[in-house]
Each structure stands twice: as structure tokens, then as C-alpha cells.
Design a protein around this ligand. Structure first.
Ligand code: HEC
Length: 259
């Protein structure tokens, strides 16, 4: 029993340390598990760019198809990997030990990654890859130093570099503006991310949207029942409220003769 508690505590402290202390403030997003079109786009991006290396082995494709209202036939035709059936879990064929040799670390399962790291971390992570010739794959990441993952979305985002430039001052990720003019405050800074013009297929806003949808989808697979849980939660609160009134009236009725 005591051993269990000590183990749980060390695991918790360990993960708090591992998750804490990113080099830069994280960009905040509000995910929306009810936004089905966003989740569908996120799923498509995930299957195209991520599922080759990362499994999602705690989620069945069928559950995703049902929740995201994608007809099974379309899912099988456009999204399902060739070696999979609709009822399968999102396991992958890549052997973990060889992958570890290729990338320095095996690509972890991503079913619960937004629960482990937080939505904001994953969102910021996918936006802050930058060119670093000292790394084996030529890229590094601002929130995951010495990352083993290649920047697989580089064709969309373009090549991002860390530069010294006259850029808007940010505090906690928010651009600071001059209170009088409303213009962004500029200052010479180093370590600013800049996409090399003409290297990406998408504009910065379009890329942000792709990453938002992707993280929205990843947050959904981490907690597929969230929409149901919220709906049921509302009914439970409603029931408690109504029952509370009835209980109060009953109490008054029972105690009427005593007082
Ligand atoms: C070529 C293989 C490959 C592809 C494709 C790939 N990744 Fe990775 N990913 C990795 C490896 C390897 C790691 C482990 C990096 C490390 O530990 O240094 C990783 C780590 C991660 C992590 C950090 C997990 C954690 O908590 O430590 C996230 C999040 C992630 N990948 C998301 C994605 C997403 C989203 C996509 C699709 C856009 C993707 N990856 C595509 C190889 C890949």
C-alpha cells in the first residue's frame, strides 16, 4: 500500500518536472470537441502526416468514425491504412527498437499525449520546429530541446529559423501594443522564429488553423467521451437541483408538527 503511494507520488513529481519548464511561454488554445468539421480535418492531417510513425492504440477507428460522423465507407476508402480494418485499434507496424535507433527515441503513442503534455504544449510544439544544423535531422524545437522527431509538416509551414530581428515584443505569448497608438511595440530581439519566405505551401494563419484542428483531434482521442460526460453532467446537476427542492419541501412537511 505504502509502496504504491510512494510510487504514485514519484511518478507524479517526475512527470511534473518533465512537463515543466519550457523555454518559451506556451500558446493557449481552446479546443472544441463539438466542432466536428475541425475534428475531421484534424483526423485527416493526423492520418496523412503522423500515423506512419505514431500509434493511437487506445482508440478504435470505428469509434472515431461514429463520433466524428464519418460514414464507414468513406472512412475505409480515404482514411483507413491499407492493413487495417474499421474495428481495429490504431496500432502501427513500425518496430519500436528500430525506430529508437533511427530517431534517437521511439515515436510515443499519441492517444493520450494531450493529457500528458497539455493542449497548449502540443500546439506550441507543432509550431516551434526550427532549423538547427547541429542536430542529426537538422531541426530542433523550442519546447522540446534536442527533439528526435523530424519536422514532418515543414512542407506546409515552410522552413522556420531562429533569427535576430526587430520584432513585436511579446509577454506570455501576447503581442504588446502601445497604449496610445495601438501599434505593436517593436524591439531588437534574438531567438525569434521566422519562416523563410516562399518555402511553405500555407500562410502563417492557414498553418495555425491546420495545427489547431490537429490538436483539437488529438484532444478528442485523449478523451472521446468528453461531450457525453458534459451532457450527462448537466442532467445530473439538473436532477440534483430538482431533487434538492423536493427534499427541502419534504423536510418542511416532516418537521411541521415538531416545531
Ligand atoms: C518520421 C516519424 C515521425 C512522424 C511522421 C511524426 N513524428 Fe512525432 N515523434 C517522432 C519521434 C521519434 C518522437 C520522439 C522524439 C524524442 O523523444 O526525442 C516524436 C514525438 C512527438 C511528440 C512528443 C510526445 C511526447 O510527449 O514526448 C508529439 C506530440 C508528436 N511527436 C506529435 C506528432 C504529430 C502531431 C505528428 C504529425 C503531424 C507527428 N508527430 C509525426 C517521430 C515522428
Amino acid at each position: 500500500m505504502l509502496k504504491g503511494i510512494v510510487f504514485a507520488l514519484t511518478a507524479w513529481i517526475g512527470s511534473a518536472i518533465a512537463a515543466g519548464g519550457p523555454g518559451i511561454p506556451l500558446e493557449h488554445i481552446d479546443v472544441d470537441p463539438r466542432d466536428k468539421p475541425s475534428l475531421q480535418r484534424g483526423l485527416a492531417t493526423f492520418m496523412q502526416y503522423c500515423a506512419g510513425c505514431h500509434s493511437t492504440e487506445y482508440q478504435r477507428f470505428e469509434r472515431t468514425a461514429t463520433d466524428l460522423e464519418i460514414p464507414v465507407k468513406l472512412f475505409e476508402e480515404y482514411l483507413l491504412p491499407a492493413d487495417k480494418k474499421i474495428g481495429d485499434l490504431g496500432t502501427i507496424a513500425m518496430p519500436a527498437d528500430e525506430a529508437a535507433e533511427w530517431f534517437g527515441a521511439p515515436p510515443p503513442d499519441l492517444t493520450l499525449s494531450t493529457r500528458k503534455r497539455g493542449n497548449d504544449w502540443v500546439y506550441t510544439y507543432l509550431k516551434t520546429f526550427y532549423t538547427d544544423p547541429s542536430r542529426p535531422l537538422g531541426v530542433n524545437n523550442l519546447v522540446f530541446e534536442k527533439v528526435g522527431m523530424p519536422h514532418v509538416l515543414q512542407p506546409l509551414q515552410g522552413e522556420q529559423r531562429l533569427v535576430c530581428t526587430n520584432a513585436p515584443v511579446r509577454e506570455n505569448g501576447v503581442v504588446q501594443t502601445d497604449p496610445l497608438t495601438g501599434n505593436p511595440i517593436l524591439a531588437d530581439q534574438c531567438g525569434v522564429l521566422e519562416v523563410v519566405e516562399g518555402t511553405g505551401q500555407l500562410t502563417a494563419d492557414e498553418y495555425d488553423r491546420v495545427i489547431y484542428d490537429l490538436v483539437n483531434y488529438m484532444a478528442y482521442i485523449a478523451e472521446p467521451s468528453r461531450v457525453d460526460a458534459e451532457r450527462i453532467g448537466t442532467y445530473v446537476l439538473l436532477f440534483l437541483f430538482v431533487f434538492g427542492i423536493i427534499a427541502y419541501l419534504l423536510k418542511r412537511e416532516y418537521w411541521r408538527d415538531v416545531h
